[in-house]
Design a protein around this ligand. Structure first.
Ligand SMILES: Nc1ncnc2c1ncn2[C@@H]1O[C@H](COP(=O)(O)OP(=O)(O)OP(=O)(O)O)[C@@H](O)[C@H]1O
Length: 597
């Protein structure tokens, strides 16, 4: 089967350890079957000596080493202890090889998944929820690990132990063996059924738990809103409902789980009963000895777990395969955006050219950019304005290749974007997106995100250039202040400036600001721009804004409407045209005047 071949591919690296583990396991079972033989020998010998009659020992020393019976008992006990100790050591070695390997493979698979996820196009993340992706990288990998760990280990164990034990049983008495085996298939079927049941219900419970946890997370994230709207009672009721559903499902599973051991013990009891009953008849008939019955009882007990494991492993194996299929689906996702084979990897100067670009989002029909052409010389500062939804963000997202255009070509320093090394390209770009994402980490680490091993000095300089340093120094822990869930929440304007610092610390050739000053007032904006201007000179800059005050000094301004450039020129040239840009400008002036009244 293809899936098993794929699964086994991961084992190649660990072949030696796996073989060693299998040998340990086989050897441990060899020691295990020896134990009942010793017990039978001892019992039979004791019975024989007892029948012949012997002196009762008068002291412990005499007990241990003087009489024939005590010598036998002492020797057999020592051998027995030796066998048990060897069994234990080998079992430990088995787990250290087979189970440890399964953890290593789990680690390898998880790394492969994360590596793949990092390369997947934005389309994948639009089509699959983050929850689904998370489950593949965590739960599914865990279930696949079961194949490398318990499934392989228990399968080898079942085969070798059953092989040894059944051989010994047949050697003693084939008829009694057949009798003793009668209830065993039932144990296997029962284990298969109950494992399946527990798994199905565990999945349902897991889903209910996710829903409960999700509800709690949302409630606490929105706690301010809930209080302000006086929805506390309502939210509590919703939470209680979810909690109640969880409780009921969990109790049902607990009930089934508590039935498992009594039912299994009942089936085991039947097996043992048959051995005593049928074995007893045989002892009376003189076919076997009492020691044989003791030996048989232990053999049957030895068989119980491998037989139950047969059902359990079959179930786990099926689950591993199902999870692997989901993982494989992800691994087979095409990576549409990647560097070409003859990629160019040199310093980027920052010359950008859009040639008749047309773009639509994957799986949609509507073109959001149509026939867009423009050129930005290295070090030039251009601006893009236009009404909301006109395609500004879509346009700039094409430069770091978050998406590829469907028509036309984009050139950087005269070379098609697709021919640049993706790493080199993205390194050269400082992108400040419309919505700032800050990690639950310190402000310093958030600023340093795009560079390896940034020094404190670099972080502070970037914060200073983005005009956020003073705010940060006001915090008690300065740059070590924690943000997000475990720390403080920054104001909208502070967040945006932190994001600007994050882009500046990279010292990029190309800077893209997507409406990155929308959350600061015009006065602060003026101050930031004044300082930024010096920083921006010499770098190719694209600035998107709704506010004309932000972009009026740009070398060139493009007015975009329904994905198409409809006006272009400097601020003055555009005003002279008296077109859409002028209308936008007049409207904003009027709004500003009204606000000042
Ligand atoms: N991931 C997406 N999938 C499908 N359509 C999208 C996606 N993102 C944006 N769009 C659509 O593309 C069009 C252009 O959106 P875009 O975000 O580029 O506009 P914008 O000019 O940046 O708007 P704003 O000024 O409000 O940020 C809109 O109609 C939007 O609904």
């Amino acid at each position: 089967m293809g899936a098993i071949k794929q699964l086994n591919r991961y084992l190649k690296k660990y072949k030696g350890t796996m073989i060693l583990g299998a040998l340990f396991l086989t050897a441990s079972n060899a020691f295990l079957v020896w134990i009942p033989v010793l017990i039978r020998q001892t019992m039979d010998e004791v019975e024989r000596i007892g029948a012949e009659g012997f002196d009762v020992p008068s002291s412990i020393v005499q007990t241990l080493f003087t009489t024939e019976a005590s010598k036998l008992l002492a020797t057999n006990s020592l051998i027995l202890i030796g066998a048990v100790v060897m069994y234990g050591i080998l079992l430990f070695a088995t787990r250290q090889t087979l189970i440890v390997t399964s953890r290593r493979v789990e680690f390898d698979i998880r790394n492969d998944i994360v590596e793949k996820l990092m390369k997947l196009p934005q389309r994948y993340f639009a089509e699959n929820s983050s929850g689904e992706t998370y489950v593949r990288a965590t739960e599914d990998v865990g279930k696949v690990r079961d194949y490398y760990g318990p499934v392989i280990m228990y399968s080898i164990n079942t085969i070798t132990r059953a092989g040894f034990v059944l051989t010994m049983m047949f050697l003693v008495n084939p008829t009694l063996t057949l009798w003793a085996l009668i209830p065993l298939p039932l144990i296997s079927i029962f284990a298969y059924w109950i494992t399946g049941f527990i798994h199905t219900h565990s999945t349902i419970i897991q889903e209910q738990y996710s829903s409960l946890a999700g509800r709690a997370k949302e409630t606490f994230s929105a706690i301010r809103l809930i209080k302000a709207y006086n929805r506390i009672d309502n939210e509590q009721k919703l939470f209680e409902n979810e909690s109640e559903k969880y409780r009921k499902k969990k109790l049902r599973l607990d009930m089934i789980e508590s039935m498992f051991h009594p039912a299994l013990n009942f089936l085991i009891g039947i097996s043992l009963l048959i051995v005593i009953w049928k074995g007893g008849e045989m002892v009376i008939a003189g076919t076997i000895t009492v020691g044989n019955i003791a030996e048989f009882l232990i053999y049957v007990a030895y068989l119980i777990w491998p037989v139950a494991a047969l059902g359990y492993t079959t179930n786990r194996f099926q689950r591993s395969l199902a999870s692997w299929n989901r993982i494989e689906e992800l691994m087979n996702e095409p990576i549409e955006i990647k560097s070409s084979d003859d990629q160019i990897d040199r310093e980027i100067e920052g010359h950008i050219e859009f040639k008749n670009i047309g773009f639509k989002y994957p799986d949609t029909d509507e073109m959001v950019l149509r026939n867009v052409s423009f050129e930005i010389k290295p070090g030039e500062n251009i601006a893009i304005v236009g009404r909301t939804g006109s395609g500004k963000t879509s346009l700039v997202q094409l430069i770091p290749r978050l998406f590829d255009p469907v028509e036309g070509e984009i050139l950087i320093d005269g070379v098609n974007l697709k021919n640049w090394s993706l790493g080199r390209l993205r390194e050269a770009i400082g992108f400040v997106p419309q919505e700032t994402f800050l990690f639950s980490d310190t402000i310093g680490e958030n600023i340093a995100f795009g560079v390896d091993n940034a020094s404190d000095e670099q972080i502070e300089t970037a914060a200073e250039k983005a005009q956020v340093k003073e705010n940060i120094l006001d915090f008690e822990k300065k740059f070590k202040t924690m943000l997000g869930e475990r720390g403080i929440t920054l104001s909208g304007g502070q967040k945006q400036r932190t994001a600007i610092a994050r882009a500046l610390i990279k010292d990029p050739r190309i800077l893209i600001f997507d409406d990155s000053l929308s959350a600061v007032d015009t006065k602060t904006e003026d101050a930031i721009l004044k300082h930024l201007r010096q920083e921006l000179s010499g770098r190719t800059t694209i600035m998107i804004s709704h506010r004309i005050s932000t972009i009026k000094d740009a070398d060139k301004i493009y007015y975009i409407e329904e994905g198409h450039i409809v006006e272009e020129g400097t601020h003055e040239e555009l005003l002279a045209k008296d077109g859409r840009y002028t209308a936008m400008y007049n409207k904003q002036i009027l709004e500003q005047e009204l606000a000042e009244i």
